[in-house]
Design a protein around this ligand. Sequence first.
Ligand code: SF4
Length: 311
Amino acid sequence: MKVRVATGTAIHLGLRKGKLPSRPTTAHLLTPGKCTFDCAYCTKARSSASNPDFMCRITWPAHSEPHVWDALEETSSAFTRICIQVVNGPGCFETAKRWAREAKSRCDLPVSVEARVNRPSDVAELLREGADCVGLPLDVASERLHPVLRGGRLDEALELTLSSADSFPGRVSTHIIVGLGETDEEMVDVSRRVLEKDIPLALFAFTPCKGTRLENIDPPSLKRFRKIQLATHLIAEDASTRLEYDRAGGLILPSIEDDDLISMMGEALLTRGCEGCNRPFYNERPGCTPYNYPETLTEEQIAEEMRVIRS
Ligand code: SF4
């Protein structure tokens, strides 16, 4: 069987040549094939006409399994985590379990498996088979839009995430995509439900990808993404933080002194999710201002971000 390997990971595994300005701390692997679900924003969706090598804006060339496991065994010290991302095709669940076992037998790194499963017993099984953490994506943070863009109900996906985190504290994570048409309030409400339970929450920026139903929709503005990052950071620090909205539903951040904002940005703007995962260039091209910073911000970046946030 082939393993799809994110380009940055493949470079650091020595499976392909290349250079990237930021190094991925997590080794990202992807199960092969197309998905049985039909998410409007996903290159792997059932009806998408995207190039099969792409997942979001990144290419994931396929490599033979033995090569990948051998390379991982040799270079595991270059990573802090392995993430197995599951495309929900036939047999994918068995593949994910087998890969989790194989990864654990080859190195000491923690393994995350990110999968769209429907039952708590599936989460339990993945954890039993070697995953240290299971990522249960929520993607669309709007009750209105979830059935249209992702299929299924947000409250059911949320319930699975929250109850799994109750059953397996510290071993469940999730992510939400900013910019799919949700309001700031919807985004903050769903984030709060997750963060109240101390579930690591990764924020992705919607990325229009060729061949998907949403290929012509704009990504979120950097300013809006920053607001959501800061709001979710404040809630993660103190779940009782109250936020307000203007008449158009736009989030109003509490007033924050410049010095406090600067120190807050150092954390809030970094990539979040499972510990040790920095996902460089997942939503942006090298050379562009990242939505999520994969490494500590420089002084110039902080000054620029102050301008964006205060504009
Ligand atoms: S946060 Fe990173 S390691 Fe965790 S599931 Fe998401 S991509 Fe994988």
